[in-house]
Design a protein around this ligand. Structure first.
Ligand SMILES: Nc1nc(=O)c2c([nH]1)NC[C@@H]1CN(c3ccc(C(=O)N[C@@H](CCC(=O)O)C(=O)O)cc3)C=[N+]21
Length: 287
């Protein structure tokens, strides 16, 4: 039997309708949820993602504004823009598109965004709160992955989840979220010895490496759930994940495609966090 494909595209469409309804309720209370995006430079991939975010906001009834600034902007100037957005009452979410040019410290930028508007869930305060199981903005890609698993009733409690990759925005936090769901979590990375011995134990395998065809069916046990977080361009310029899809499909129980898998869920959870932020802000004011 070949794997069931988890369509991020379909789940995203459904979830975005729910987000839209929540945005409409807020509008009825006099608040339009607002997202501010800062895009530094003209990298084509980043520009394309930002356009995707603008379109998704428009469709969900979220106000969005994109500040496109020169790659020459100084760190100081960028920090000033963030400070202004922190104080802007019409803005509930701030996203600075990563990566940033070398002369700007990503850490400094992230730490300057108010934790109450950090809809990416990258601020150390939100990461810390997630770590101790307190309410926080959850990082969008990990949040979307957990949402996809739950939508298929895939058992997390007691399951062995193996993560390949340990970035601050995907690998590390997705392991933390799965731990919060009572999974047993193992991290693999570039220095891991005997990786296949570990990945073959996985009930759920999350692949966030950034290398085309990194993972084939020899890495997995039969009926494992495989989540492909990779976004790579192949030699034909087509978007591909980290997983050899046709090979793994014959052995896995569930598999996510690229495109149409994790990517659309990432944007969806950004919309969710933005509306949630607007709700929290209104409740702080009105009680
Ligand atoms: N501050 C910040 N927050 C981010 O969330 C963030 C970021 N910086 N920098 C870059 C990464 C990447 N990322 C993606 C989001 C959606 C798709 C997506 O929707 N992909 C579609 C295809 C889109 C296409 O065709 O180009 C899909 O997989 O089906 C991909 C990648 C968010 N990121």
């Amino acid at each position: 039997m070949s794997a069931e494909i988890i369509s991020g595209k379909e789940l995203a469409a459904q979830t975005r309708l729910e987000v839209k309804e929540a945005a409409e309720k807020l509008a009825a209370r006099g608040v339009i949820p607002g997202l501010a995006v800062i895009l530094v430079g003209e990298d084509p991939a980043s520009s394309s993602y930002v356009r995707g975010k603008e379109k998704a906001c428009r469709e969900a009834g979220i106000h969005s504004e994109v500040d496109r600034v020169s790659v020459q902007i100084t760190e100081q100037e960028l920090l000033k823009k963030i400070d202004k957005l922190n104080k802007n009452e019409n803005i509930h979410g701030i996203l600075v598109q990563l990566p940033l040019p070398e002369h700007i410290s990503e850490d400094k930028i992230i730490e300057t965004i108010s934790p109450d508007k950090d809809v990416d869930g990258f601020h150390p305060i939100n990461i810390g709160r997630m770590m101790i199981g307190k309410e926080s903005f959850l990082p969008c890609t990990p949040f979307g992955i957990v949402h996809m698993l739950k939508s298929k009733n895939i058992k997390l409690e007691g399951s062995h989840a193996v993560i390949i990759g340990r970035s601050n925005i995907v690998g590390k936090p997705v392991g933390q979220l799965l731990l919060n769901e009572n999974a047993t979590v193992t991290y693999c990375h570039s220095r891991t010895r005997n990786m296949k011995e570990i990945t073959r134990q996985a009930d759920i395998l999350i692949v966030a490496v950034g290398i085309e065809n990194f993972l084939d069916s020899t890495f997995i046990k039969k009926d494992a759930v495989v989540i492909d977080v990779g976004i790579n361009r192949n030699t034909e310029g087509k978007l591909v994940g980290d997983v050899n899809f046709t090979d793994v499909k014959e052995k896995a129980s569930f598999l996510t495609p690229v495109p149409g898998g994790v990517g659309p869920m990432t944007i969806t959870m950004l919309l969710y966090n933005t509306v949630n932020s607007a709700e929290k802000s209104l409740n702080r004011k009105q009680g």
